[in-house]
Design a protein around this ligand. Structure first.
Ligand SMILES: Cc1cc2nc3c(=O)[nH]c(=O)nc-3n(C[C@H](O)[C@H](O)[C@H](O)COP(=O)(O)OP(=O)(O)OC[C@H]3O[C@@H](n4cnc5c(N)ncnc54)[C@H](O)[C@@H]3O)c2cc1C
Length: 224
């Protein structure tokens, strides 16, 4: 099993690439703030440039230490480019609520988001691939790794794994009520926050499920 790289400094250096310019008070560069956002986000969006054309693709990810991983079909353009060392920008977004101000202008959202920068690398080491399969399975549903049939060698070989060492990153977080213009607070308009969260509904068993199989803990106790 490959040992995850040690987490170096607790804070990412602030530079031209990751410095939050717009509303900088909402910016944060601490791993302890950024990584929980990455881990709680079920999916991320990966941006890259191909032939001068920016493209942003949603995908599943998992983080091990200071590395973020993706996997998928070898034909995936994202994975091909990343495997060839493309620069990528990974965005994770958690939507916490609608901020309904008295004015349309000041209406907003409460969120925690993270933007990560790095360069892709093809994962060829078998132990690292295995660790990624586990990390991605556990990222989607904690505890699931111990419940599933593991991938066969053939399945693993038909999957491409890509790593991105996180070189630079930022978080941006908005919390709290609307911030209206002083004169608008007297308006007879409801204002406040409508909290939103990603929560599971009742599980739906596969119609082909063999009878008598109980819902496992990774599903019955699912939470992000
Ligand atoms: C759910 C959601 C809804 C949003 N809605 C709007 C909207 O309607 N209009 C609007 O203008 N903005 C919105 N934002 C904020 C938006 O993400 C940008 O922060 C903002 O638009 C400024 O963009 P910029 O490129 O000028 O940022 P800059 O401050 O110039 O970006 C510089 C660097 O700061 C960091 N950074 C910037 N934004 C973020 C972020 N969100 N998370 C983590 N790091 C960041 C990145 O490292 C980036 O490279 C929203 C954010 C979220 C998460």
């Amino acid at each position: 099993m490959t040992t995850p790289p040690p987490t170096s400094a607790s804070t990412f250096a602030i530079n031209e690439r990751n410095r939050v310019r717009r509303l900088p008070a909402r910016g944060n560069y601490d791993r302890d703030t950024i990584y929980p956002i990455v881990d709680e986000s079920l999916i991320c969006h990966v941006g890259f440039v191909q032939d001068d054309q920016p493209i942003v693709i949603p995908t599943i990810h998992a983080r091990i230490g200071d590395t973020i991983y993706f996997h998928g079909a070898p034909a995936s353009r994202l994975l091909k480019l990343a495997a060839d060392g493309a620069k990528v920008c990974v965005t994770c977004t958690l939507l916490d609520g609608l901020v309904l101000a008295r004015s349309a202008f000041h209406s907003s959202m409460n969120y925690r988001s993270a933007v990560l920068f790095g360069v892709g690398r093809l994962v060829t080491d078998y132990d690292e691939q295995w660790a990624v399969m586990k990390a991605i399975t556990e990222h989607v549903a904690k505890g699931r790794w111990d419940e599933v049939r593991y991938a066969t060698e053939k399945e693993a070989q038909s999957t491409k794994f890509v790593a991105v060492e996180i070189e630079s990153a930022s978080a941006k977080i908005r919390t709290g009520p609307p911030k209206d213009d002083e004169e608008d607070y007297a308006l007879p308009i409801w204002a406040g926050v409508l909290p939103l969260a990603l929560t599971p509904s009742a599980p739906i068993a596969d119609p082909l499920l063999t009878s008598g199989i109980a819902v496992p803990a990774s599903v019955s106790q699912y939470r992000r």
